[in-house]
Design a protein around this ligand. Structure first.
Ligand code: CA
Length: 555
């Protein structure tokens, strides 16, 4: 890269001719780096500016993702945290609220809510009084996102690539979860609701770091064969009985790390109606008990809604303007967000609790009309923005300045580092050096009044296929997965036909072209040449140095 750059500056007359070549060369180098791990040695060390002058992130540890350095905002955030610690005498609580398959556009604060007949006043309030992010990135589906959030590692590194099904072999037991490190660091840790990171013995929430768990291990529609829309099983008691006797946990579990797990009964279509109310009860009880004990808590609250088949609790039936189960369920989710945040205020611990609200992927459009809304192209199951750009709201009265909105990049993996950072745990001291952490501590972004994101780039994968990266508002993709066909092109989900479009590289400007329709790869050749290409090369080098658990497909 450097040699080509020098050649370019020596002869500006060649710029027009050289630029497209640079773009293709950068892309070729980057994809080769990923496919063959053939990047020159030494690229993994030091700051990104050594690789390209436009890249600014600094790597402090070889097995940690480089982060942007903003010394002033880091000092401001550290001072705020220290003052709080002096006042409360303990580390802050962390409450993570993950809705299943909620669309970016479903929430009022993101343009939905009232406009879609399903107001979300409680979630909107968090956005209004906190920090609303417009570029929070999940993975294309449930399991990989939850793996990223819990481990700080991209799914190709943890091996959890696809949604696990009933009796699946998904296994997170060899990974190190934030909950385990926080539990060891004096936190009480809890998981409420959906797990979806493995049913196997050794891979269950109470076996990998959560002190307490109430919820289910898979995905709600796996337990709903007698849903009215499925007459094959619903109308055939014998088949239903056979299905129910197959291996796979259909249980509603209650578990503690010390005492193990026990089933509170089997989940079915009928009783799935009240699951989210039960999870809210459990979370309320967990928070009350932690507050009483005077211990900091880390609670991951994972809704079963608004994944299909939605079965709104009785009190919410018909509450939306359209009287449909999806929007009624959005209202139920919003109500529970209100319950949990109100409780923090009642207990007078809101000022010592970071709340993060998000969704685990874009809307599942296969189940239309029981589906969410996104203003972007694509849906769940793709790395088009519609599949991976999700709501992301941070609320922490007194600590996060209200009314902030930022387009700074936030990746789900960042919750791992940020949670540990808030707890005063240095991940480089506790994570074994044999594994790479893709997350970045975003504490200073969240807490400094005008904080900027500490993340320079987001990398996209669709299961085991490398897709591309976003840097600033440029997104480069080396292969694109599209869903749907005919008049529902770009709509879909995991059940729909997927088409892989191999390309010489597309690059979208997400500000002028948020729907990713017009590539500017050649027209803006400097971005892939000096930023995205080198970023991919360094990312490839991290994979060479720390081999992922799966073979990565590139184009
Ligand atoms: Ca999901």
């Amino acid at each position: 890269m450097t040699k080509r750059g020098d050649a370019q500056s020596r002869d500006s007359r060649k710029i027009k001719r050289i630029k497209p070549l640079l773009a293709v060369a950068a892309l070729g180098t980057a994809t080769a780096a990923l496919a063959q791990m053939s990047v020159p040695a030494g690229l993994t060390l030091g700051s990104m500016s050594r690789v390209s002058p436009v890249l600014k992130a600094v790597r402090t540890h070889e097995n940690f993702e480089p982060a942007l350095a903003f010394p002033e905002q880091a000092r401001a955030a550290a001072a705020k945290l220290a003052a709080l610690r002096r006042h409360t005498g303990r580390a802050p609580n962390i409450l993570i609220l993950v809705v299943d398959d909620l669309g970016y556009g479903d929430v009022g604060a993101y343009g939905g809510g009232e406009a879609l007949g399903a107001p979300t006043p409680h979630i909107d309030r968090l956005a209004r009084e906190g920090l609303k992010l417009t570029s929070t990135y999940s993975q294309p589906s449930c399991t990989p996102t939850r793996a990223a959030l819990n481990t700080g590692r991209l799914p190709v590194r943890s091996g959890l690539l696809k949604p696990s099904l009933l009796n699946d072999t998904a296994d997170i037991s060899s990974e190190l979860l934030a909950s385990k490190l926080l539990s060891q660091g004096g936190y009480v840790t809890g998981l409420s609701g959906k797990w979806h990171l493995g049913e196997k013995e050794g891979s269950r929430p109470w076996q990998v770091g959560f002190d307490e768990f109430e919820g289910f291990l898979g995905v709600v529609n796996a337990y709903q064969e007698e849903h009215p829309s499925q007459p094959d099983a619903a109308g055939d008691p014998e088949l239903l009985e056979e299905l129910r006797s197959m291996p796979g946990s259909r249980d509603l579990w209650r578990a503690t790390k010390a005492g193990g797990g026990r089933s509170l009964g089997k989940i079915n279509w009928e009783n799935s109606r009240d699951l989210d109310q039960k999870f809210a009860d459990f979370s309320e009880d967990f928070i009350r008990r932690a507050a009483k004990q005077g211990k900091p808590f880390y609670l991951s609250h994972n809704f079963s809604k608004v994944h299909y088949f939605n079965h709104p609790s009785q009190r919410f039936v018909g509450r939306s303007a359209t009287k449909d189960v999806y929007r009624d369920s959005v209202i139920e989710v919003d109500d529970i967000v209100g319950r949990l945040t109100r409780l923090l205020e009642e207990l007078k611990i809101a000022d010592n609790t970071l709340v993060f609200f998000t969704s685990d992927n874009g809307p599942e459009e296969d189940s239309y009309p029981e589906t969410g809304v996104t203003p972007f192209r694509g849906a769940k199951g793709t790395t088009l923005e519609g599949g991976v750009r999700v709501p992301g709201i941070f609320w922490w009265p007194g600590m996060i300045k209200g009314g902030r909105v930022s387009d700074g990049l936030f990746d789900m993996t960042d919750m791992f580092n940020t949670s540990l950072g808030l707890a005063g745990i240095d991940p480089s001291q506790v994570v074994p050096t044999d594994r790479y952490i893709d997350g970045i501590d975003q504490t200073s972004f969240l807490l400094a009044d005008n904080g900027q994101s500490d993340r320079e780039a987001v990398f996209f994968y669709n299961a085991d296929m490398f897709v591309g990266a976003r840097w600033r508002y440029y997104k480069m993709v080396v292969s694109e997965v599209q869903v749907g066909s005919g008049n529902v092109r770009d709509m879909g989900g995991l059940d729909n036909a997927q088409t892989i479009i191999p390309t010489n590289g597309f690059m979208y400007n997400l500000y002028t072209d948020p729907k990713e329709r017009r590539s500017e790869m050649i027209a803006k050749a400097w971005a892939p040449s000096y930023a995205l290409g080198p970023l991919l090369a360094v990312h490839g080098a991290s994979l060479r140095k720390y081999p992922p658990k799966v073979f990565i497909r590139v184009r």
